[in-house]
Design a protein around this ligand. Structure first.
Ligand code: COD
Ligand code: ZN
Ligand code: ZN
Length: 364
């Protein structure tokens, strides 16, 4: 099959023919329909997210089950699926306490770039190729653990459905699952990119009253308004924390950092009022540290909290998000700036770096 392989950090992906092996016990061969290009894919290319190499990137995907290995019970050939980029074993301490996105087994195998059994299903000659997050969707097919396969209804196009696999779940879930924003709250979203726009529409779903979007680019702030932001701040022209305090009369109830930058994490913390919660969605470089005024943690009872993958319970949340889309209550069409062939994946990284797109989506 054709796939895009990262051989060396800081180099373009190589789109080439590679060998894909049959699914083994508990595994599923998926014919990919579409894959979003997310900033985390680029983070792996430039080394900000460490990963083994060579690897097939792509972690925001949907497709059709082609064949299943022995013992697969959750899907059958022909089923449409979204792929979860954190396969959850169902048995570890996190899975059994309702936090499948923190699964021990999933964390280990995704860090290793393998499936659950510690091996891979991609090869080029004698060389093994790793799987990003058990999804590896920058290719025509993939083999995934059945634990990654989330069945969905068939009346939603793959280029929409794939977005639920990362950006939409990560953003909407940060609001609904991680922060549990209450109706009437004031919410600040720092970074109105592919994920930040979904934090904004999550805040709309939660019934937030003020939704303040912060970005450096006016085109992103226009999109933010389209997704439900009631106010916008261009961080290149205004100090975000100060403008937020002015707009909210002292600070917001919630702030979300959706960039992965220590400076904007601090801005999120400063933007919340007494009793407020700052939620960090963006992943900063390994080793980066954030300084905080320590007195304000107890004295202002502020909370600083991380959110990974929107604290997703994929089998419940992902079909629900698709239902919301088909009911006209969640925007997916508007997230897709471009649909592209696999060969254009490197150009999609360029467009992302230049801030031109919410999402480029590879359609197979
Ligand atoms: N102030 C304000 N806005 C800024 C600043 C700044 N200093 N710097 C950048 N921005 C804006 C950009 O203009 C852009 O609009 C936005 O921030 C970033 O958006 P994108 O589209 O480039 O990136 P996303 O939305 O696709 O991804 C953002 C993440 C934070 C999710 C991602 O980069 C990340 O940290 N991923 C790891 C987290 C994770 O959960 N990974 C697993 C799979 S995603
Ligand atoms: Zn992603
Ligand atoms: Zn588990």
């Amino acid at each position: 099959m054709k796939a895009a392989v990262l051989y060396e950090r800081g180099t373009p992906l190589k789109v080439e023919e590679i060998e894909i092996l049959e699914p083994r016990q508990g595994e599923v061969l998926v014919r990919l329909g579409a894959s979003g290009v997310c900033h985390s894919d680029l983070h792996v290319v430039n080394g900000q997210i460490p990963s083994p190499l060579p690897i097939i990137l792509g972690h925001e995907a949907a497709g059709t089950v082609e064949r299943v290995g022995e013992g697969v019970t959750v899907v059958k050939p022909g089923d449409h699926v979204v792929l979860s980029f954190m396969p959850s074993c169902g048995l570890c301490r996190y899975c059994t306490t309702g936090r499948p996105h923190l699964c021990d087994v999933g964390a280990r195998s995704t860090a290793a770039g393998t499936l659950f059994d510690g091996t891979v299903r991609f090869r080029k000659g004698d060389q093994e190729i790793k799987h990003m997050s058990g999804v590896a969707s920058f290719g025509q097919y993939t083999v995934a653990n059945q634990e990654s396969c989330i069945p969905i209804r068939e009346d939603v196009p793959f280029d929409r459905a794939c977005l639920v696999g990362c950006g939409v779940m990560t953003g909407v879930g940060a609001v609904i699952n991680t922060a549990k924003v209450e109706p009437g709250s004031s919410v600040v979203v720092i970074g109105a990119g592919g994920v930040g726009l979904n934090v904004i529409q999550g805040a709309v779903l939660a019934g937030a009253e003020k939704i303040i979007a912060v970005d450096m680019l006016d085109n992103k702030l226009e999109m933010a308004q389209q997704f439900g932001a009631t106010h916008v701040i261009n961080a290149g022209r205004e100090d975000p924390a100060r403008s937020v305090r002015r707009l909210t009369g002292g600070g917001a109830d919630y702030a979300f950092e959706v960039i992965g930058n220590v400076k904007t994490i601090r801005q999120a913390y400063d933007a919340v009022q007494r009793g407020g919660t700052a939620v960090v969605v963006g992943v900063a470089a390994v080793g980066a540290e954030v300084g905080l005024p320590a007195f304000s943690l107890p004295m202002m009872e502020k909370t600083l909290k991380g959110s990974f993958y929107g604290s997703t319970r994929p089998r419940v949340d992902m079909p629900k998000l698709i239902d919301l889309y088909l009911a006209g209550k969640l925007k997916l069409d508007e997230l897709i700036t471009r649909t592209i062939p696999l060969d254009a994946v490197n150009e999609a990284f360029g467009a992302m770096e230049r801030g031109e797109v919410a999402r480029s989506v590879i359609v197979y």
